[in-house]
Design a binder for this molecule. Structure first.
Ligand SMILES: *[C@@H]1O[C@H](CO)[C@@H](O)[C@H](O)[C@H]1NC(C)=O
Ligand SMILES: *[C@@H]1O[C@H](CO)[C@@H](O)[C@H](O)[C@H]1NC(C)=O
Ligand SMILES: *[C@@H]1O[C@H](CO)[C@@H](O)[C@H](O)[C@H]1NC(C)=O
Ligand SMILES: *[C@@H]1O[C@H](CO)[C@@H](O)[C@H](O)[C@H]1NC(C)=O
Length: 477
């Protein structure tokens, strides 16, 4: 009984929306000869099911399964009116509609889907500038057109085997009026680089009605002047006096480069030897990808060869590049290029040295004091610093004073700074002076990196050093 309110709701919806039929799928793409099942559904039992495929109206009866278009579904009592279309024909491209009896009234309810019977497009056309070669930096534009497909074909671009994605414009799909075939076109723009030379630009068309994609392609030829592969002056290492020496320079060039060497007054254009056959300029050797090795062979390296500079001029139609080379009998310096790990290692090492030096300096100052403290509590009293002015404040301050004096003695730089104030308050030494002394010592620690020799002894310095003999003596006792 709960079914009725639900049903009623659905009917209401149907009435409000104009009695729709649920049809699946809404759209399908099939090749000629494929099959397709279309299902129409209403939420009430029906007693008839009609379907229009192409221009033919079919009356579908569940018990009749012999025709090209037959009933499909769970039964009319469930409100299902479906068609199984066995062999799709070219002329069926278009709408498929179902017509079902209404819940009430006398106007049939209909549902419509779209069947696209795929038709392969014509061959893709790649339209690009007619010139056979380009210069590096040129903006290359091309258009690919794949005409008359149903539906429109899909275009993808490749450079050799790599899909080309940047510089691909939006595709444009058009169709001529009255014809249900679609033409797709897409443009690309690309700034040409040396790496593009020799690559195949491919426009690939894919389509439901094609068993395999179809390609249109052209070769890219990109010219550029000779380029260095490494910057800076060139030194050829590891040559041995008396042995053969080879001077190699790698350049990139398209079209192929011409090489001219200048050795003193001698100018040799490769491939060529000098009269004595002691110097040979080899023909530039193509390594692939536009890279060439340009080599000068010295039959036997002489002492004076190592002292001179060799000049190489590499030329092609688009420009030239000049090199100067020096020879060295040393091995190529190892570790010229520091790895990040090596740099980190050096930094850690330097930090360690700084820490060790600081600790040593500090320990040198503090050690004696610690020793003195542990050894005998009376030491401070017997030291020169424990003057009558100090007796009121006691041993603690005396030690502070001794420490600061020690630090100042070890750190020559600090003494300059302390001097003026210390002189002013040198006698009598009081609490204030001692505290200052500690502060100065800290300042001095921060300044210790300057390894200036100690300044000539001053009145202040004398005070410090007069303390020390006593201290050292005590330490040794
Ligand atoms: C196919 O159906 C659509 C609505 O789904 C309609 O706009 C179009 O005119 C129909 N085409 C034909 C050929 O009947
Ligand atoms: C594509 O390129 C052609 C010329 O090759 C041009 O006529 C057309 O306007 C371009 N289309 C777009 C969308 O850029
Ligand atoms: C120069 O090139 C030759 C091959 O042409 C090679 O045998 C030689 O090791 C190279 N020399 C240097 C220093 O790179
Ligand atoms: C080309 O020259 C480079 C040095 O510039 C050298 O390392 C390499 O071995 C050479 N290769 C050939 C095939 O000559």
């Amino acid at each position: 009984m709960a079914v009725f309110p639900a049903l009623f709701g659905l009917i209401l919806v149907s009435i409000v929306t104009g009695q729709t039929v649920e049809i699946t799928p809404k759209q399908a793409v099939r090749r000629v000869g494929d099959d397709l099942t279309v299902l129409c559904k209403v939420p009430y039992p029906i007693d008839s099911c009609r379907m229009t495929v192409g221009s033919t109206p079919y009356r579908l009866i569940p018990s009749n399964q012999d025709e090209d278009v037959v009933y499909s579904g769970q039964g009319l009592q469930f409100g299902e009116c479906g068609a199984h279309i066995k062999h799709i024909k070219e002329e069926w491209n278009g709408n498929i509609s179902c017509m079902l009896p209404p819940q009430s009234g006398s106007i049939e309810v209909t549902g419509t889907m779209r069947l696209v019977v795929a038709k392969p497009p014509a061959n893709p056309q790649l339209i690009s500038p007619p010139q056979s070669n380009f210069k590096e930096g040129d903006i290359f534009m091309a258009q690919c057109v794949v005409p008359n497909g149903r539906p429109a074909a899909r275009i993808t671009w490749f450079l050799d085997d790599d899909q080309f994605l940047t510089g691909v414009h939006q595709p444009i799909i058009s169709s001529e009026p009255g014809i249900d075939l679609e033409t797709i076109s897409q443009n690309i723009t690309k700034e040409l680089s040396a790496d593009d030379n020799g690559k195949r630009l491919v426009c690939r068309a894919e389509h439901e009605a094609l068993d395999s994609p179809k390609d249109a392609a052209r070769q890219l030829v990109v010219y550029y002047p000779p380029k260095r592969t490494e910057s800076g002056p060139i030194t050829i290492f590891g040559l041995k006096i008396g042995s053969e020496g080879r001077l190699n320079v790698t350049v990139r060039s398209n079209p192929p480069p011409e090489a001219q060497w200048t050795v003193g007054d001698l100018v040799i254009t490769a491939p060529q030897k000098n009269e004595e056959s002691t110097i040979t300029a080899l023909e530039p050797l193509h390594l692939g990808g536009g890279y060439y090795n340009i080599t000068l062979v010295l039959t036997a390296v002489a002492k004076e060869d190592v002292d001179r500079t060799y000049y190489l001029r590499v030329t092609n139609d688009l420009g030239r590049e000049e090199f100067s080379l020096r020879l060295s009998t040393m091995d190529e310096p190892a570790g010229v290029e520091l790895s990040p790990g090596a740099i980190a290692g050096i930094i850690v090492g330097v930090l360690l040295v700084i820490i060790v030096v600081s600790l040593t300096v500090y320990a040198k100052a503090t050690d004696k004091w610690c020793f003195e403290d542990a050894e005998s509590p009376d030491n401070a009293k017997s030291s020169g610093e424990s003057s009558d002015t100090e007796s009121a404040v006691g041993r603690q301050r005396s030690r502070l004073s001794a420490l600061s004096a020690r630090v100042r003695a070890v750190l020559p730089r600090g003494r300059d700074r302390v001097q003026a104030t210390a002189n002013a308050e040198a006698e009598p030494e009081n609490v204030a002076e001692e505290k200052k002394g500690v502060v100065y010592a800290e300042l001095a620690l921060a300044e210790q990196s300057a390894d200036k020799p100690p300044p000539p002894s001053t009145e202040y310095a004398e005070i410090v050093y007069t303390d020390q003999p006593g201290q050292i003596k005590e330490d040794k006792e």
